[in-house]
Design a protein around this ligand. Structure first.
Ligand code: SF4
Ligand code: FES
Length: 390
């Protein structure tokens, strides 16, 4: 294959026995958070607590340039996400820029505002697939969790995607208030014509961490849900792909977050801040770089934000001497920081972590009293002030 910029760089000739630092891995996936504007107000929103103002978002040209640089770096797949990416009136131009660069795009949307005409324009620009969020199988419960009426919009959006002939995936964030409706949620996939349904247990960062007491399921709920997934997977095999994203705190295992820090993917936020994972800006001292100021190749290869927890050199025990360190990468850095105040700590989700009791105590704590409406109490929600709202 053609030499990369790294391998072609002039280096002193070394004997074959000299240790050569391994070149950084190449990314293949990009999460492009086009805007923090969104019509919904989910209490587990993955956007940061401080939302980016619409006026501070990257321009069309800046996104197009970033996408071309990402493709040069090896990226072949981009999730166009938010907030709600449909709020970007230049979404078609961004999709087209990705397509010209050779990047496949998937629209990650609430479905609110997705008309047939808009989807046709996006498909003409090169959009390859759509991932639609659903909060609950019951319309009223869906709307309470989302913080606004939206179930009917989602159902219409699914029909529009199928009419346009694009692959459709559903995405459900699971928590205490919808896990018991798992069978009905899975039924939505065949009913709405989806090829895939991703059942993603809530990951507790940012807004979800703030609302953890409201969202954390019980062990019994998860045990039932696992059985349901096994049964439905067998039923739907060959027809609908059913993806189960394991819960964070319950089984004593650390997850290989992001497939490793700065290993396979990167996130660009609405204002161009570039991160190894969507939550990484919460770690102090990371000094996150911005595509307005630096080339993406430099950010990936050399920035402090991307090199700090790459590989295994940064690890302390028990991870440093653990046989699983190349498999789970010590778990999630953002979770380690959020729970212990130290991003180099072993993820407390791991049963070998000296801080594991932090998550065990939470899981075994009694459930909070049920809220008045549909079980949801009074979660804190992203407010989408005038600055971020459409
Ligand atoms: Fe993974 Fe570290 Fe736990 Fe070992 S000690 S299983 S590397 S998180
Ligand atoms: Fe940041 Fe896991 S979410 S490393």
């Amino acid at each position: 294959s053609a030499p990369t910029a790294t391998s072609a760089r002039t280096v002193p000739v070394a004997s074959t026995t000299d240790p050569q630092p391994a070149p950084p891995p190449r990314p293949w996936a990009l999460l492009a958070e086009l805007t923090h504007g969104c019509p919904l107000h989910c209490p587990y929103c993955s956007n940061p607590l401080e939302l980016t103002r619409r006026a501070a978002e990257l321009t069309t040209t800046q996104w197009a340039d970033a996408l071309h640089q990402a493709a040069d770096l090896g990226v072949v797949s981009a999730h166009l996400s938010g907030g709600e990416p449909l709020l970007r009136s230049d979404l078609e131009a961004i999709v087209a820029a990705a397509d010209r660069a050779g990047i496949h795009t998937q629209l990650v949307t609430s479905g609110v505002g997705l008309s047939r005409a808009r989807l046709d324009r996006l498909a003409d620009a090169g959009l390859r697939s759509v991932q639609l969020s659903v909060q609950h199988a019951d319309p009223g419960a869906n709307d309470r969790i989302a913080g606004r009426r939206s179930f009917a919009d989602k159902e219409r959006a699914a029909a529009v995607v199928r009419e346009a002939g694009l692959p459709l995936g559903l995405n459900v964030v699971l928590h205490r208030h919808n896990l018991d409706a798992l069978d009905d949620l899975i039924d939505l996939a065949p009913a709405w014509g989806a090829d895939r349904i991703e059942l993603a247990n809530t990951q507790f960062y940012g807004w979800a961490l703030r609302n953890r007491a409201e969202l954390l399921p019980s062990r019994e709920q998860l045990t039932r849900a696992r059985r349901t997934v096994t049964r439905r997977r067998a039923e739907l095999i060959g027809r609908i792909e059913l993806v189960w994203v394991v819960p964070d705190y319950f089984d004593g295992n650390a997850k290989p977050c992001m497939g490793g820090w700065g290993a396979i993917s990167l996130t660009i936020t609405p204002d161009g801040t570039t991160l190894p994972c969507p939550a990484a800006a919460s770690i102090p001292g990371l000094d996150p770089p911005n595509v307005r100021d630096h080339r993406l190749a430099w950010i990936w290869d050399h920035s402090n934000a991307f090199t700090r927890y790459r590989g295994t050199d940064w690890m302390r025990d028990p991870c440093r001497s653990c046989a699983l360190r190349e498999r789970d990468f010590g778990g999630c850095r953002c979770q380690a920081y959020a729970l212990t105040g130290d991003a180099t700590a072993t993820d407390p989700a791991c049963r070998l972590s000296p801080d594991h009791t932090l998550v065990d105590d939470l899981v075994d704590a009694p459930a909070p009293p049920e809220g008045a409406r549909g079980g949801l109490g009074h979660p804190r929600r992203p407010s989408r002030s005038a600055e971020t709202a459409p």
